[in-house]
Design a protein around this ligand. Structure first.
Ligand code: GDP
Ligand code: MG
Length: 168
């Protein structure tokens, strides 16, 4: 039996919670210390979709989101993508379309999802839910609101991507 393996890239501005999301999903942990990821690496988790084993390989960036040369190698061969922004960071929301373009310029069409993270930080929110919904509609993407800290909707994001990939 041949197992399906999916390379998933998680992109977005620095500090939106990409590394935390990958750790949460693959290791079940959340740490508050903001440690910049060193080197390009991935974590994996196996799930079952329609009685089929699917291995998700979640690639993290080097914490050097601004350097094109590094990220191009990182995107190569990706089959699914999380576009992430933070509720507490307006710039990260404004940057979503450019992240989408960067990934698509490198790998073409792939399964994508839009994610608003840090929804637990209600008092500090500068991007409203409706704005996220509107952008998702415009980009024709499914929209999830997550708290990696409180473990809200993280599993759902990756399950959706795996299902979407298998449909295509
Ligand atoms: P990255 O640069 O996108 O990889 O972001 P990190 O994963 O390093 O996270 C940046 C900071 O945001 C860290 O201090 C995390 O602990 C914190 N963080 C990540 N997700 C959440 C969340 O859902 N809620 C809150 N309150 N903090 C978060
Ligand atoms: Mg990181």
């Amino acid at each position: 039996e041949i197992e399906t393996a999916i390379k998933v890239v998680v992109v977005g501005n620095g500090a939106v919670g990409k590394s935390s999301m990958i750790q949460r999903y693959c290791k079940g942990i959340f740490t508050k210390d903001y440690k910049k990821t060193i080197g390009v690496d991935f974590l994996e988790r196996q799930i079952e979709i329609n009685c089929e084993d699917v291995r998700l390989m979640l690639w993290d960036t080097a914490g050097q989101e601004e350097f094109d040369a590094i990220t191009k190698a990182y995107y190569r061969g990706a089959q699914a993508c999380v576009l992430a922004f933070s509720s507490t960071d307006r710039d990260s929301f404004d940057a979503i379309q450019s992240w989408k373009k960067k990934v698509e310029d490198e790998v073409g069409e792939l399964a994508m999802v839009l994610v608003q993270n840090k929804i637990d930080l209600e008092d500090e929110a500068v991007v409203q839910q409706e704005e996220g919904e509107e952008l998702a509609k415009q980009l024709k993407l499914r929209f999830y609101r997550t708290s990696v800290k409180d473990n809200v909707n993280v599993d759902e994001v990756f399950k959706y991507l795996a299902e979407k990939y298998l449909q295509e």
